[in-house]
Design a protein around this ligand. Structure first.
Ligand SMILES: [Zn+2]
Length: 268
């Protein structure tokens, strides 16, 4: 039982007073934070999905990202030195006096032009602020996937403020290379655990088969240089190895991966 209450900042929505979890028995979702990747680098990942008949969610950082069979969602960049904030300072010289909510509204509105059909969001760097939920709802976004619970069993979608559905992340490649959570083997991914298991990959990290954060940092000056990135691809086990093994595993399962939009619609 929950009592509806008005959502501050978004008057047309009613929300539960208490967060409301929706248990999931066993579900894998494949997601990509596009991270301004070169089209060929992103295509390397989407091709791997397509070759196996898998559908993923692409969190978009820029326009003209081909959706194919995949879902496009938003990857807004709220960071001070990010591209969207620089655009804001150029377009609105008075923006330093703006409220946080006003700034967030600008960033989400701008990012939504990249994929107007989006109903989901994951903020770059998993940025969070309490004012974001009403901003997201006012742009007709229905789910957020910006909370990271590494390898936690029984992760469930949770209805939070303003009716937003939080779909927490289970594995992130970048944190794997920073914190060395796995040895890049399928057996380390705890796929037998119950609950929702959302995997989050980054195109350049997969492309170079990064084995450490140093590998990734060394590749950053050549972020859009596909030839150089190809030369920098690491031999042996790395993020690319485990990414491809995971895709083979999911493709071979009876119950395949769902784009996050479909998880959201299943629960709504
Ligand atoms: Zn990001």
């Amino acid at each position: 039982m929950w009592t509806p209450a008005p959502c501050y900042g978004h008057q047309s929505t009613t929300v539960p007073m208490a967060a409301d979890a929706h248990p999931v028995e066993d579900l894998i979702c494949l997601t990509v934070d596009v991270e301004w990747a070169h089209p060929e680098v992103l295509a390397d990942l989407t091709r791997a999905f397509d070759e196996r008949g898998l559908r993923a969610t692409l969190f978009c950082t820029h326009p003209n990202i081909p959706a194919g069979n995949h879902e496009r969602a938003l990857h807004p960049n709220f960071l001070k030195h990010g591209d969207t904030m620089r655009l804001l300072s150029r377009q609105h010289t008075d923006s330093e006096a703006w409220s946080e909510s006003h700034v967030y509204d600008f960033v989400v509105r701008h990012t939504k032009t990249f994929c107007p059909e989006a109903i989901g969001v994951r903020s770059h760097s998993l940025f969070y602020d309490n004012h974001l939920a009403p901003t997201y709802r006012s742009h007709d976004l229905r789910y957020d996937s910006s909370v990271f619970f590494p390898f936690m069993p029984n992760i469930a979608p949770v209805r939070t403020r303003c009716g937003m559905l939080e779909l927490p992340i289970f594995y992130m490649d970048h944190i794997d290379i920073v914190d060395r959570m796995t040895d890049f083997r399928l057996a380390s991914l705890r796929l037998g655990q119950p609950g929702l298991k959302i995997f989050d990959f980054h195109p350049n990290i997969v492309f170079i088969n990064a084995q450490s954060n140093d590998d990734y940092l060394a590749s950053k000056p050549y972020y859009h240089d596909v030839e150089r990135l190809t030369e920098m691809r690491r031999p042996g086990r790395g993020v690319r190895t485990v990414f491809l093994e995971l895709l083979d595993y999911v493709a071979g399962r009876q119950r395949q991966a769902l784009p996050l939009r479909e998880v959201c619609e299943m629960i709504a």
